[in-house]
Design a protein around this ligand. Structure first.
Ligand SMILES: [Zn+2]
Ligand SMILES: [Zn+2]
Length: 142
């Protein structure tokens, strides 16, 4: 992810925290930065391992709860992995995913325009904030 996009995401992160009256703590900021630096859609376990290198005293529970909060305020998406735990995505722009049915790798497909029109009846009834489309198959390594 290039520097400009990261900067915009961090600005959005701070704005959304302010809107929800959430304190912009160093902990939250580091967890968010690690999330947007992780392009592999990490599980809480994996992200916890990465965050712990910067914040050795942080607990698993804090990372878990922080990710849930990020999801609630719309700055992190949950991607359902295959036979794995929930995976998190800091890229909340609409994009496709390719999920490998063998190794569970989740890869972003961002070089293809995202095309899906939410049907009017669904828009009126549920006001959805996003649409997820993923493709399944074997990745290049499998
Ligand atoms: Zn694979
Ligand atoms: Zn993604």
């Amino acid at each position: 992810m290039d520097a400009k996009i990261k900067e915009n995401l961090l600005t959005e992160f701070k704005q959304k925290c302010r809107d929800r009256r959430l304190k912009i703590t160093p902990q939250r900021t580091i967890i968010y930065e690690e999330l947007i630096n992780s392009l592999d859609h990490p599980s809480v376990d994996i992200l916890y391992g990465r965050v712990k290198k910067k914040l050795p005293d942080i607990s698993f529970d804090t990372v878990y709860r922080t990710l849930m909060t990020f999801n609630t305020i719309g700055i992190a998406d949950i991607v359902e992995g295959i036979n794995t735990s929930k995976r998190y995505d800091g890229n909340t722009n609409q994009h496709y995913h390719f999920i490998c049915v063998k190794c569970g790798a989740i890869t972003d497909i961002t070089d293809v325009p995202f095309r899906f029109e939410i049907p009017e009846q669904i828009k009126q009834k549920y006001n959805p904030r996003s649409v997820k489309i993923f493709f399944e198959g074997l990745c290049g390594k499998c």
